[in-house]
Structure formats: structure tokens, C-alpha cells
Design a protein around this ligand. Sequence first.
Ligand SMILES: Nc1ncnc2c1ncn2[C@@H]1O[C@H](COP(=O)(O)OP(=O)(O)OP(=O)(O)O)[C@@H](O)[C@H]1O
Ligand SMILES: [Mg+2]
Length: 493
Amino acid sequence: MKFSPYLMKFTIFDRLLMGYIAIMVLVFAQGFYTVWNLRQSHHLIQAIDTVDGTAIRLSERLIEDLFSQFAFGEKYLLSGDADYLNRFETLTEDTLRRMEDLEKLAGPRGPSNVSNVSGLYDRYVTLFHEEAELVRRHAVYSRESHDRRKEIITDGLSGQLKQIIQDFKSLRNEKIATSGQILHKVYNFTFGMAGFIILIGALVSIYNTRSINGPILILKHKTREISEGNFDVRAVVRSPPEIAELDHDFTRMCERLKELEDMKSNFVSHVSHELRTPLTVIKEASSMLLEDIFRNHHRKRHELSSIIHEECDRLIMAVNRILDLSRMEAKMMPFDFTECDVKTLIQKCVSKMSPLMERKNIDVEVRVSETLPFAAMDPHQIEQVMENLLGNALKYTPDNGLISVRGELLEKDPDYMKISVSDNGAGIAGKDLKKIFDKFHRIDNGRGTIRGTGLGLAIVKHIIDSHGGKIWAESIEGKGSTFYFTLPVHSSS
Ligand SMILES: Nc1ncnc2c1ncn2[C@@H]1O[C@H](COP(=O)(O)OP(=O)(O)OP(=O)(O)O)[C@@H](O)[C@H]1O
Ligand SMILES: [Mg+2]
């Protein structure tokens, strides 16, 4: 399955939300359609009872009532009994009311002959009243002709009412059929829509799962490759932002691991070089002494002994650095803080190094502010910092160079003092300035002959951090470097 680059911009949350919203909209549309149609069907069923059923019952009742009313009328005409007339009149009122109700129920779209019925009925009642008047006045009239006219009207009325009943029954059947059709439509639509929603849900889930799972699988393979020691990084092709971020961090982790791996192999080669050179020198010098080649040259024998001594010192120093750094990293290095005069400490370190500087004819300039207060520090460790920085300045500055040491209170924050060691030596490229404080990081720019483990500045950084200060370097390649560090005037501990 190919993932569109446009869709890949959306986060996992957005995708899930959009998927659920689409499904919810479909479910809502289906529900709305079903409810709408069921309501229509419900109205139809209600109308069957309240309109058609009532009209049919009303019409049947009218037929019954008309015949009993007409019977009362006939009895009155024969007997002249006013009681029959009263019953006739009462029933007339009831019948007129029922006909009015029937007309309302039929409405403009109902059976058209409803209005004919009341017309016929009016004619019958008028005819009856005319005849009743003749009977009351004992007038002579043709009863037969009256009876015939009444019979025609009565037949018409009963025929019309029967037709009305038939029409309402047809309307009722039509409504039942329409309601059945609606229910059938709803049934089909519900099933179709449910299938469609399940299909859409499945497609959305498959798409989301695959677009999330795919990049995760690639990351899983990458992790396996890393565990097998292959740190070469490969970007995940198109992934949601969260995974792209994870991949970015993962790639950075790979790069860092690769750097560490390189550092490790550099370290092994540096350290083995650092150890092998003095060991070879010691071996050679001691062999010469053992073979007694310079038996009669006291000065030469002394020189050989001093070389062995110096190289032993170098070895001890290299091993001590490695041990110091591991103790500092494990936070097991004890610090012994005491109030100290930094100026004296700096002078002491410079004096210690001056024979080496004289050997390279390097001038040292020390300018430490007179007002520099005493500070709480571990003097032994700060001496180590100064010796490392001065040692580096000496190491990376050619003969006849200049080293200057400065000490003053920080202008911006007088709670701190700033000490700097500058030289006019080889300098450091901008891209290496931050990395030189990493352990084992040495810059190889053709200065292969300069020996070192690449641990000095890493140890210095640990010490300054433990004192609550900061360390950084500024440099112009080929012109020289300046290393700065700050120390709090009042101990933070
Ligand atoms: N004053 C300086 N001028 C130029 N480059 C420097 C200077 N100080 C440090 N560097 C560069 O920084 C790197 C790291 O210095 P660091 O003191 O940690 O190690 P090192 O001097 O090589 O070895 P070590 O100090 O352990 O004997 C050096 O290899 C060097 O390339
Ligand atoms: Mg060094």
C-alpha cells in the first residue's frame, strides 16, 4: 500500500480522529435516515386509525342512524305522535354534527361525495317537514308521490355512504402499503449502510495501522542492525510526524553511537600508543643498562636512568588520568574544599611548568587581579585544571611562543571569578571547539607526533562542573586559543 505524502503530514492522533469522525458521520446519517422514515411510517399508521378508521366507523353509524331516524319520521306521519317527531329532530341534530365531522375528516383530498351526502340529507329533512306540515293541517296530499321521492333520496344516501366507506377503506389500504414500502426501504438501507460503514471502518483501520506499523517495522530493523554493531543510519521513508520525530532522535542516537564507537577505537589507539612508546623506551634503555654498554660512561648511564624515570612518570600519569576520569564519571572522586588564594595557586602552577616552557623558549605572562578574593575549592583539583590547560598551551604552541594567564572577577556577575589561559599556538577549528571537552576527542590535523590521551580537557570539565563553574574555549585557527573557566567566589556546597 502506498501512503500519500499529503496524508503523511497528519499526526497519528489526527488520523485516528478523522477515521472515527468519518465513521461517526456515516452512523449518524444512517440513524437520521432511519428515524426520519420510521416517523413517516408512524404518522401513516396513526392516520389509518385517527382518520380512515374513524371515518369508516362514522359512516357506518350514519347509515344506522339515518334508517332509525327515517323510521321515527314515518311513525310520526302515521300516528301524529309528537314524541316521534322529537326523536326525529334530535337525531337530525346528531346526524348533521356527524356529517360535519365526516366532512372535516375527508378534507379537501378525501372522497368528494361526502358533501353530496349532506345535500341529499337536507333534501330529505325538508321533504319530511313539508309532509309533516300537511299531516298537521290534515290536508289532502299524495302520499305515494312523497314516499317515492323519499325512497329515491334514501337509496341515494345509503349508496353514497357505502361508497364513502369503500373510499376510506381504499385510502387505508394505500397507507398500509406505503408504510410497508417505507419499512422495506429502511430495512434495505440499514443493511446496506451497515455493510458500507464496516467496509469504511476496515479500510481506515488498515490504512492507519499500516502507515503507523510500516515505519515502526523499519525502526525495529534499524534497532536490530545497531545491536549487531552497524551504526550506519537510514531514514524512514514517509511516516507520521510522531514517528518521524522518533526516527530523527533515533538517527541522532545512531550518529552519537557511531561517534562513541570511533572515539573508543581512537582511544584504544591513543592509549596503546601512549603506553607503548614509554614502554618501548623503558625496554630499550633498561636493555642498554643491563648489557653494560656504557660501563665506563657514568654520564650516559645517568641519562638512561633519567629517561627510564621520565617514561615511568608518563606511564603513571596516563594510567592515573584514565582512573581519575572513570572515578569522576562514577561520581566517586572525593573533593576537599578549602578557602584558597587563587593567585598563589596560579603562580605555583606556572612555576612548576616554567622549566618546560624555558626549554621551548616560551614566554609566560601572568596577570591576576590583586583584588581577587579567596575562594572555596579543592586546590589539588584546580591545580590539575591549571596544569592541564598550561600543558596544552605548551604542547600546542610552537617554540618562541607566548602564553598568558589572567584572573579577575566576572564583570557581569562578581560572585564568580574568571581565569583564562591563552596561547598563540596552533588554534582550534570552530567545529571542534565544543567537542574537545569530550573524552578521547583529539584533533588530528597533521600533528600526529604530539602525544596525548585526549582525556585532559574532559577531566578539567568534570572538575569545573563539580565546583559549580563553567568552562569554554575561544580560538582562531593558526593564531591561538584561549581557555576560560569560572569559579564561584563563595562555595555552593
Ligand atoms: N591550547 C590548545 N591549542 C590547540 N589545540 C588544543 C589546545 N588545547 C587542546 N587542544 C586540542 O584539544 C584536544 C583535546 O585536548 P586534551 O587536553 O583533552 O587532550 P590531549 O592534550 O590530546 O591529551 P592529554 O591531555 O590527555 O594528554 C587536543 O588533542 C588538541 O587537539
Ligand atoms: Mg591535554
